[in-house]
Design a protein around this ligand. Structure first.
Ligand SMILES: Nc1nc2c(ncn2[C@@H]2O[C@H](COP(=O)(O)OP(=O)(O)OP(=O)(O)O)[C@@H](O)[C@H]2O)c(=O)[nH]1
Ligand SMILES: [Mg+2]
Length: 261
């Protein structure tokens, strides 16, 4: 039986990708649960355990007993942040949630800003936070700048913080955008920002936040990994160019033109 069968379609579905976050996950879920219960009590939270090899799975199982049906634990093979978000997004849509909110699971996202961000949904389709101040170092600031430049190059638009893991999207906007993004695209959240920014029918709002440093555990994305991510992004763009699959959104056409010239 679907454990949520007695819960009405949620106003809010929260997607949390998790990989080896044993030092953080209990506190992150505790503080966010308290926040959602106050601000958006008809919510469900998808904790997407991305094949963690530490104690994350057993901690989540314990939390499941404490938090009940609003916590949905999803176990998957490790596929990275993008594939975890994508799986969570698809599940959120299948539960008919009105709004989908994504955060990370290492304690960098502070619930103190959520009430304000959530209140901005009225009359909007996308409410993205932007990191006005942040404690996670220059390399992360540089990554965000690269994402902003890429988005501008592809769409001609500037989003203040295209890779921010603090984003609220209406279900219809998310559904339309995901249709344009191949499942095997590695950096799903960057692709999602591109697809949303490109949709001229959407209304946007932005909300300043402070982004904390990772609360526990070790920094998992070093310079080598960042270069790898950049290379995979280029590979994905190339794959869109050469794929014979039926995907034929604006981005494929644009990329094909660019890579062919
Ligand atoms: N690194 C990594 N993170 C994943 C993976 N799957 C899901 N995640 C989650 O994705 C989020 C972002 O990863 P982080 O390692 O925090 O990336 P970051 O914020 O750039 O780097 P930090 O400074 O280490 O926090 C976290 O909530 C992870 O738990 C994966 O395969 N690898
Ligand atoms: Mg992080």
């Amino acid at each position: 039986m679907n454990p949520l069968s007695h819960v009405s379609a949620p106003d809010l579905a929260v997607v949390v990708p998790i990989y080896n976050e044993a030092p953080n996950i209990a506190e992150v879920l505790r503080e966010w649960y308290a926040c959602f219960e106050r601000v958006a009590p008809n919510f469900i939270l998808f904790a997407v355990n991305d094949g963690s090899t530490d104690e994350t799975a057993s901690i989540l199982a314990r939390l499941s007993a404490r938090f009940g049906v609003r916590l949905r634990i999803v176990d998957k093979r490790n596929g990275g942040h993008g594939s975890s978000c994508r799986e969570g997004y698809e599940l959120a849509l299948s539960e008919k949630a009105s709004w989908i909110f994504q955060i990370d699971s290492d304690g960098q996202c502070d619930p103190a800003f959520f009430a304000r961000l959530y209140s901005l949904r009225h009359g909007n389709d996308c409410v993205f936070a932007y990191r006005q101040t942040r404690d996670d170092g220059w390399s992360r600031v540089a990554i965000s700048a690269c994402c902003r430049a890429l988005l501008w190059l592809v769409t001609g638009k500037t989003l203040r913080d295209p890779n921010v893991p603090y984003r609220l999207i209406s279900a219809p906007a998310l559904r339309r955008a995901l249709r344009r993004i191949p499942l095997n695209f590695d950096l799903q959240n960057i692709a999602l920002s591109l697809a949303l920014a490109r949709d001229s029918s959407l209304r946007w709002s932005h909300c300043p936040i402070h982004f904390r440093a990772r609360q526990g555990g070790t920094n998992s994305i070093n310079c080598g990994k960042i270069v790898g991510m950049g290379l995979r992004l280029m590979r994905d763009l190339h794959r869109i160019k050469t794929d014979e699959d039926p995907y034929s959104g604006w981005w494929t056409r644009w990329t094909r033109r660019r890579l062919a010239s």
